[in-house]
Design a protein around this ligand. Sequence first.
Ligand code: SF4
Ligand code: MG
Length: 344
Amino acid sequence: TGTILRIDGLRTYFHGDESVVKAVDGVSLDVPRGRTMCVVGESGCGKSITARSVLGLIDPPGRIEGGHLWWHPDPEAPAVDLAGLDPRGDAIRQVRGGQIGMVFQEPMASLSPMYTIGDQLVQAIRLHRAVTPAEARELAIAQLRRVGIPQPERRFDAYSFQLSGGMCQRVMIAIALSCDPALLIADEPTTALDVTTQARILDLIAQLQEETGMSVMFITHDLGVVAEIADDVTVMYLGTAAEQGSVTDIFDRPRHPYTQALLASVPTLGQARKERLAAIAGMVPSPENRPVGCPFHTRCPSVMPGLCDVTAPAVRPLGDRHAAACHLLDPGLQRPPVTAPPAA
Ligand code: SF4
Ligand code: MG
């Protein structure tokens, strides 16, 4: 089946007057074909910037500085490097919304209050298909029905402000799917919704993924959502990928100290809900002031001074799709000598 999107060493930086924010700094991850890859991490870890880089939606002063975005929708054809396309050119626009659909966190803000939801869906359909207005209307109504909107003939003429957040997100999903995308990128699509609506939208995305066989890259900060929807998981930390693997690899045999800390910070599934532990000590360093060496060394309980704060760990394969970037996983690890603290 292979990989539909291989992000390889992506670096996306934002240039200020006096500083450079390295929002994404060497992230590598694979989105397997026909599966759901969840990208999880704390806010500010570069998840959204990674997704926006793939979509060509990085605005100045932001810029892709390095790495590759190997886009491979057709296994028979060679992959295309999206990082090499002009972000304002036609080629990326054909991929975005043509081959890759997208859904974001704020469905209300993504829909125009000036047009009915039907008109917006018709517009998206006619962008990708040569159909008459009447045919587009029929397709739009079918699409609204498919995403679970009741009485779609009536809702066709509604405006976004007349619908609930959950219904608006269903409309956004219908628009995203109007081009039959090979990949759907969903960035926190349920974060703004209440818990019940969130569960319904997750079910809908899972159901559509199964029906269409599309690949899904799902960005979230919520491990409960990951447990619900993921086949595969990438754990991001400070603009890099700490660990990647199947959902079983990540939940049952996490190897990176950050993944282990992240899992320890949420109540175990099935266990009585306990008081949430502040398990990860310390603050996330600012991407303006990235630590040298391993990005996690300022908070890592297993940090090896003299190694982790000097050299960045390489990504090590641990199994089929499982990989992590930590010096502890280096089979030839030489622990640096523990130096005595300087005399007072
Ligand atoms: Fe911790 Fe060192 Fe591994 Fe980084 S490389 S996660 S600091 S042990
Ligand atoms: Mg985000």
